[in-house]
Design a protein around this ligand. Structure first.
Ligand code: GAP
Length: 476
């Protein structure tokens, strides 16, 4: 279907520049190409434009590891800042921590991860390749009996017989200190939550916190995934943003609902993700992690289908209880008002940053026909785009244009920070490049600028171009 964007520029100016319009023009967008976004589209854009590269690419890469380039790190930092603002800065009773990645291994014994942090695995009996049994069986389950039944008579992707499913521990091991024996084994944390539980009492005491209160952390986590796949969706090293909310046990139901809603609202309101791309998934008992009494995931419509993006879990007093028992340290809470002593329950909110970034990119990705050409455009929320403005002189070999453009660039950069100087190729190419990385506004300085100090501002989504006074665009 053909359609045109008609934007009321007066509104646009009110929103973005507050001031004078001198003239306007726009390209004609003739429809969103009816094409499902494929993961390869995102992988290719991410590499081409400097978002994400294969880790140690020049050595052939390493499965499950990715490096973030200039634009990827910029966007991830924005996602983290948004989460931190919503979770910690705007809250009265949620405190941040930044724990070590490697902790005393007793932490992970007490939390049940050394014994129970497993995924079900099957092996191709001919070539030894390993697979997630639940993925091959097409179910969300850790139940070996169920999986064995479902996989009976099935073959591996290479057409060979499969072994019986068995459990595989995902903890990544290392050694601490100069001696490498069993006494020096330590683990790279599989979730950031661990050091939140072990610091529960430190935070409570130093912040004089009373229930309910939360502790939040953003940091790296490591899992030896059996089959890392789908780009940055399932990786072996990733960042998590987690918050543990410590509560009185009798408030578990409403608190759980509150944090479920928080996750949904954050994705829709703060990240601008379309609600039709989200759905709830409640964990069945045989699917839940060993610590969870209830779990609801938000699934996002990734190119490979609806998959887990963000989990809310009721961890009860499982963690504090185990840490109290194994460490011998008192972790119960004394409520002065009711004179009761008890172990707090914990509602957890947990999301992976790489999945969040992938979801935001997929949600924003469009291919559109414009003036007979195809353009790729990331329709990101302006606050999340790697760059807010790109500034160009119309011609880079005209010193007077370059000088004026530099002036506008410096002023915008001083105000917004994330502003790109782009004088490469012709204007059309610059617009395409900026569309691909989601830059909301391109500012072009031309000969008319030298006469009346107006610049052309081109809107990413509508491709509309307007003349605006340069002072006003800087003023915002
Ligand atoms: N502390 C609870 C916890 O770690 P989880 O469901 O195992 O729960 C929480 O992980 C979130 O971390 C997931 O919803 C997902 O966004 C992210 N995540 C988990 N494993 C991941 C992996 N291998 N690669 C990328 N992100 C992952």
């Amino acid at each position: 279907m053909q359609y045109h964007f008609y934007v009321n520029f007066a509104n646009w100016v009110m929103q973005h520049c507050h001031h004078s319009v001198i003239n306007s023009s726009r390209g004609t967008i003739t429809g969103n190409m009816a094409k499902e976004t494929k993961l390869e589209d995102i992988v290719s854009l991410a590499k081409r434009r400097g978002f994400i590269f294969q880790a140690s690419e020049i050595y052939g890469g390493l499965a499950g590891f990715w490096d973030y380039g200039p634009l990827g790190v910029e966007m991830t930092n924005k996602l983290k800042a948004e989460w931190w603002k919503a979770m910690v800065t705007e809250s009265d009773n949620i405190f941040g921590v930044d724990g070590a990645i490697i902790q005393n291994p007793k932490l992970w014994e007490a939390s049940g991860h050394v014994a129970g942090f497993t995924d079900p695995m099957v092996e191709d009996t001919v070539n030894g390749k390993r697979y997630r049994a639940d993925h091959l069986a097409g179910v969300d389950s850790n139940d070996l009996k169920e999986l064995s039944g479902l996989l009976e008579g099935k073959v591996s992707p290479d057409g060979n017989p499969l072994s019986e499913p068995r459990v595989f521990n995902m903890m990544m091991q290392t050694w601490v200190g100069p001696v490498q024996d069993s006494s020096s084994i330590a683990y790279l944390r599989p979730e950031t939550a661990g050091s939140i539980f072990t610091n529960y009492e430190n935070v409570r005491e130093t912040m004089r916190a009373k229930l309910p209160f939360g502790v939040a952390q953003i940091g790296k986590a490591f899992r030896n995934e059996i089959s890392p796949r789908d780009f940055i969706f399932r990786v072996r090293e990733f960042e998590q943003a987690e918050m543990q909310y410590f509560i009185r046990p009798e408030t578990q139901k409403e608190t759980y609902e509150q944090w479920r809603q928080f996750a949904w609202n954050f994705l829709v309101e703060r990240l601008g993700i379309a609600e039709e791309n989200l759905q709830w998934h409640e964990h069945e008992e045989n699917e839940r992690a060993h610590y969870a009494a209830a779990a609801h995931d938000i699934y996002f419509k990734f190119p490979q289908g609806f998959k887990e993006l963000w989990g809310t879990h009721n961890r009860t007093d499982f963690d504090l209880g185990n840490h109290q028992r194994v460490s011998g340290r008192e972790l119960s809470y004394f409520d002065e008002a009711t004179r009761e002593r008890f172990l707090p329950y914990v509602i957890e909110s947990s999301v992976g940053l790489s999945r969040m970034l992938l979801a935001v990119l997929v949600d924003a990705y469009r291919e559109e026909e414009i003036n007979g050409d195809t353009r790729v455009v990331l329709k990101l929320k302006p606050e999340l785009a790697p760059y807010r403005f790109a500034v160009s002189p119309l011609l880079k070999n005209k010193p007077e244009l370059v000088e004026k453009a530099r002036e506008v660039y410096s002023a915008l950069k001083k105000k917004y920070g994330n502003v790109m100087w782009d004088d490469n190729g012709n204007i059309g190419k610059r617009y395409r490049r900026q569309d691909e990385i989601g830059t909301p506004y391109c500012v072009v300085i031309d000969f008319q600028t030298l006469e009346d100090d107006t610049v052309t501002v081109r809107d990413r989504d509508t491709t509309e171009q307007k003349r605006v006074s340069s002072a006003e665009i800087v003023k915002g």
